[in-house]
Design a protein around this ligand. Structure first.
Ligand SMILES: *Cc1c(COP(=O)(O)O)cnc(C)c1O
Length: 384
């Protein structure tokens, strides 16, 4: 079976360095908010190209803390609206709702899976304060039009960069494009820790300062609490692991691109829609995509999934239920989001990871190519 993502194998590559990092942290006797967190923050900010990076507990908290920071700074207030793509992972929307802000769901573009930037303006009201863009599946969501729209309406642009660390737009890395960005280092992300962690990146010194305090009980000076903060800190041991893995991120992303290019070149099946690049062909700018996920679409998605399973290829669905159809957001159940609904019915993620071999890639390609919705249904005794 070709597994969707083999985390053990990914981390095994760096076993010696990771073990040494763990030993050093254990021996140091210092486990939170120490020099390893500072060092990783400094390396991350250099990598991304921002003034400030703040390590936090996870990616959801990174986004929550950015919005809380803006509320504390008076940039936004409870009840204000934040535009967000309707097909994102639910964390993006939870971060908005958690702060008493109103998520305004905007349909994605079927071809890029990203926020349909042409739909933004008609959702802007007097209460809109920010646009939360998500570089979904590792693909950059950015344009000059987005920058000028944000400037015109005085909106903050916050990047959910959980899936796209290492991608860039015209030489600028994601996470440095907007006013602030949230990162996740969940183990399965392109830069994965060995547990939970995340980061906030920004050039805004005031926001950075407030976020740093909010993540540590709302305190800048020990036992002096200026804000009703939370406890969301990056562990020294995770920072040490992340510093090891950050060095290899570009190499890993390059391998992901190689695999994605092979899929785009060699998958040839009229029942399957490949991720579309420019001009709707599978052609991508070198840096615009870091392929956190390789997502195809198919009308009979569940049949295709069973076919691939039978061929020894594990797939996943990102995501099976859109946020507005979740029980958690029953207040959004009446929204009409046909593009989002269609997407969730048809998407399927093929295995992609830096440790996949060429032979595994070829096996995935041939398993996808020999799928025929009709013949597979017959062989399984199903109605086509
Ligand atoms: C993973 C993810 C998050 C949340 O990150 P955690 O570290 O799991 O809290 C937020 N947004 C998106 C798009 C994600 O993929």
């Amino acid at each position: 079976m070709i597994s969707f993502l083999n985390l053990k194998q990914i981390n095994q590559q760096y076993l010696e360095e990771l073990s040494q990092a763990a030993r050093d942290v254990i021996a140091s006797g210092w486990y939170l908010l120490g020099e390893r967190v500072s060092k990783f923050e400094s390396n991350l900010s250099k990598y991304v190209g921002v003034e400030h990076a703040i390590g936090v507990g996870n990616g959801l908290d990174a986004l929550r803390l950015i919005l809380r920071g803006y509320i504390e700074l008076g940039v936004m207030a409870v009840g204000d609206e934040v535009l967000v793509p309707a097909n994102t992972y639910i964390a993006t929307i939870l971060a908005i709702a958690d702060n008493g802000l109103k998520p305004v769901l905007v349909e994605p573009d079927t071809n890029t899976y990203n926020l349909d930037l042409s739909q933004l303006e008609r959702h802007i009201t007097s209460r809109t304060r920010a646009i939360m863009v998500v570089h979904l599946y590792g693909r950059v969501c950015w344009s000059e039009g987005l920058e000028s729209l944000a400037a015109q309406y005085n909106l903050r642009v916050i990047e959910d960069n959980a899936q796209a660390i290492g991608a860039s737009w015209r030489g600028r890395k994601t996470g440095s494009l907007g006013d602030a960005a949230g990162f996740s280092f969940y183990p399965g992300k392109n830069l994965g820790a060995l547990g939970d962690s995340g980061a906030v990146a920004t050039d805004d010194a005031e926001l950075a300062d407030v976020v740093r305090a909010l993540a540590n009980y709302g305190s800048r000076v020990k036992y002096v609490n200026e804000f009703k903060g939370l406890n969301s800190r990056l562990d020294e041991i995770q920072a040490a692991f992340l510093d090891v893995k950050l060095k290899y991120l570009d190499i890993e992303n390059r391998r992901r691109r190689e695999i994605a290019n092979a899929y785009c070149r060699f998958i040839d099946n009229s029942a399957i829609v490949l991720p579309a690049g420019r001009g709707h062909a599978a052609v991508f700018d070198e840096e615009e995509h870091v392929w956190h996920l390789f997502v195809i679409r198919s009308e009979a998605r569940d049949l295709l999934r069973r076919h691939l399973e039978a061929e020894g290829v594990q797939t996943l669905i990102h995501y099976p239920i859109p946020p507005h159809r979740q029980g958690a957001f029953s207040e959004m159940a009446a929204l009409s989001l046909p593009v989002t609904d269609r997407m969730h019915e048809t998407v399927l993620s093929l295995p992609i990871s830096p440790v996949m071999t060429d032979i595994e890639v070829e096996r995935v390609v041939s398993a996808v190519n020999n799928y025929s919705a009709h013949s597979f249904s017959i062989s399984q005794g199903l109605q086509a």
